[in-house]
Design a protein around this ligand. Sequence first.
Ligand SMILES: *Cc1c(COP(=O)(O)O)cnc(C)c1O
Length: 429
Amino acid sequence: MELFNLKDPSQKVSFAEALQIGLGKQQGLFFPASIPVFDDIDALLDMDFVSRSSFILSRLIGDELSESEVQELVSNAFEFGAPLAHVKDNVFCLELFHGPTLAFKDFGGRFMAQCLSKIAGDRPITILTATSGDTGAAVAHAFHGISNIQVVILYPKDKISLLQEKMFATLGDNIRTIAINDDFDACQQLVKSAFDDQQVRDDVHLNSANSINISRLMAQICYYFEAIAQLPVEKRQDVVISVPSGNFGNLTAGMIAKVMGLPIKHFVAATNLNDTVPRYLKSGEWTPKNTIATMSNAMDVSQPNNWPRIEALFEYNYLDKACLSGCAVDEDYTQLAMRQLAQAGYVSEPHAAVAYLGLTKELQEEQTGIFLGTAHPAKFKESVENVLGQPISLPPELAECAGKEILSIEMDNDFAQLKAYLYKELVSR
Ligand SMILES: *Cc1c(COP(=O)(O)O)cnc(C)c1O
């Protein structure tokens, strides 16, 4: 697989390189030099999820990994499904929240972890990252038990919810967690200091497991195929998919699936009040505003970092701009959508509700509509209970970790201490 840097097309890298460096020169995103197109989509849709995903990813990765190697990575990463739930009439929800941290980021995170472990081989790697809550859990669970990769997660002490803390700070083994006596920015600054220190970087073999890593997108392509595969054959030809979007990685993956031949007629880029993209699609002007806090807080992003990849799909004539429309949903309509869904017997959370509302704006009667369910309602228990006035029970994964002991150590916001810790734990072992 060859990829090039969208900011500097002369920088070309392999899959293994893109995986490990994440971002190119000038902070440019990597983009595939070519995208394979499948001619027998029906045969592909007949396969089971893991076999089909292995086939798709193997075609993308090319000869850097054998088919059986890719199959092994995929079966380790995708240990849970992506069921298509019928919500009402011609509307379905693709439920992407059945992984260990109950959110769609498990797909990309776990596949990236598997790939890194494979490519690292005997070389040790340390993932160092800061979290303000959710990403920590996804990273920790994705790498937990992968013996050649050590993970160190910093988070602000007493500034995240106890349940969030328990989701990543109770795992142990190769996952080390440090509660910093300061705020999230301080944690991020400590991580940055470590990456800026070439000696530490080399000695500890630091790697970032960044959210813009191409391997994440590649994994996400697979569940769009799984969505269409679960529709009856006669409903597959006129499908509209609405994607609740923040950094636009999820939508990018869906649009690449369309390039590969998956029959998706139209996409809706659904956002909350952070509506840079819907406004851009209407006016052609890119004018990000200050970020606004909303109920669908995983989408509180006003400068989406994956957007250049979508722009590239248009620029390089893979897709026509007409296949995408935007929809920004405010807080009242988000709540209304949650209530409408509940009335139809489907309990959902704010992110999926934004996508549902965006879908209803675009969907014609004779079409089939799918909105993506990016998180389990229990992950946003408080706002779901507030809006719907009914209790939400914790799924077994969450209930189980709620009873476990937190294994974190505490540390002041002091780089010298962090450095000493990294050397003690990871260098002189
Ligand atoms: C990250 C996230 C999103 C946004 O996905 P992007 O790929 O950044 O657009 C939507 N919903 C939930 C629950 C998320 O965690």
